[in-house]
Design a protein around this ligand. Structure first.
Ligand SMILES: CC(C)(COP(=O)(O)OP(=O)(O)OC[C@H]1O[C@@H](n2cnc3c(N)ncnc32)[C@H](O)[C@@H]1OP(=O)(O)O)[C@@H](O)C(=O)NCCC(=O)NCCS
Length: 284
């Protein structure tokens, strides 16, 4: 942890990202005053943890926020147990956060075929268990990156992936793995994740913007995590979370969901099992 803190401290001033090429509009400086940012970890700035939590919680649909049991049990402990792995990009001059990232050390043998089907839930459980057993981790897993809405489209997510890769490298860990939640998949909820993740544009780059970003910074696809997050609720809860009436048993397409929600009215249960897609980055 000391190594990471030192490394990040020595690179506190990082040149700001440039706007992605080929996009229309004015130059970045006229769009956003943030030209440079600082990388701050929760270990260095515990006073910013509440702001990190707030930004991290901001973009998710109601049904996803606070309703996955594993996430509920373990997420909040990340800041207390592994503060050097929780970080933010902050405005150069003020403490305004422009992005937040969460990751944790896990045990993984480096074989793509052994990445856990349980995605986010699995790495959260493994990471905390690894720590509690004082076992040696072998990789870092990304959990989440959120960019502040006014700062979207400026390459900050790429910077966050690089920070995570740096954290892994500084701990001597050879890989950063990421159970990625593809940002446009919610628009194609009936397309299987495996097929969606393989779609490419005419220029050969991946169709999904978030998978594309991972690949562009050197990541490679390593298959579907079919049950990365699980949300179970009563039908009334699902109706409240989604604002959608669910009068009968069946599969429902819900805004923000990557696959349909399965509603069973007779048993009064709604089940959402979210698939994510593994991307792997080598840190060496
Ligand atoms: C996913 C996220 C972190 C990406 O952040 P970002 O800073 O906008 O990413 P970038 O600027 O690097 O852009 C990445 C790609 O997405 C594209 N993109 C950006 N905004 C977009 C939009 N609104 N619609 C479609 N594509 C978009 C960019 O053009 C870029 O692709 P390109 O370089 O091939 O043109 C951000 O959208 C976010 O915080 N989303 C909410 C939380 C989330 O879904 N996080 C990921 C799962 S944990």
């Amino acid at each position: 942890m000391v190594i990471v803190a030192d490394r990040l401290r020595s690179s506190l001033m990082v040149p700001g990202p440039t706007r992605p090429s080929g996009r229309d509009g004015p130059e970045p400086e006229t769009i956003c005053p943030v030209n440079e940012y600082r990388v701050v970890t929760a270990a260095q700035r515990p006073d910013l943890i509440d702001a990190m939590r707030a930004l991290g919680a901001s973009p998710w649909p109601d049904f996803l926020l606070g309703h996955d049991e594993v996430v509920n049990n373990l997420w909040d402990r990340l800041y207390e147990l592994l503060p050097a792995y929780q970080f933010a990009l902050a405005d150069r001059d003020r403490d305004d956060l422009i992005a937040v990232g969460n990751c944790l050390p896990i045990r993984w043998d480096g074989d793509s075929s052994t990445l856990p089907p349980g995605g986010i839930d699995a790495v959260l459980e493994d990471g905390v268990a690894t720590l509690e057993a004082a076992a040696a981790p072998t990789a870092v897993s990304a959990l989440m990156i959120v960019v502040e809405p006014d700062q979207l489209g400026r390459g900050l997510s790429r910077a966050c992936i690089e920070v995570m890769r740096g954290i892994a490298a500084d701990h001597g860990l050879a890989s950063l793995v990421a159970p990625v939640r593809p940002t446009e998949k919610h628009r194609y909820p009936l397309i299987p994740m495996e097929r969606y993740a393989s779609w490419r544009r005419a220029d050969g780059s991946l169709f999904d913007p978030w998978l594309r970003t991972h690949e562009r910074v050197g990541g490679f696809g390593a298959g579907v995590a079919p049950a990365s997050m699980t949300v179970r609720g009563t039908v009334a809860e699902w109706e409240a979370w989604t604002g959608l009436r669910m009068p009968g048993t069946g599969s429902y397409v819900v805004p923000g969901a990557l696959v349909p929600v399965e509603i069973d009215r007779e048993r009064d249960v709604g089940l959402y099992v979210e698939p994510n897609y593994w991307m792997v980055h080598r840190t060496g």
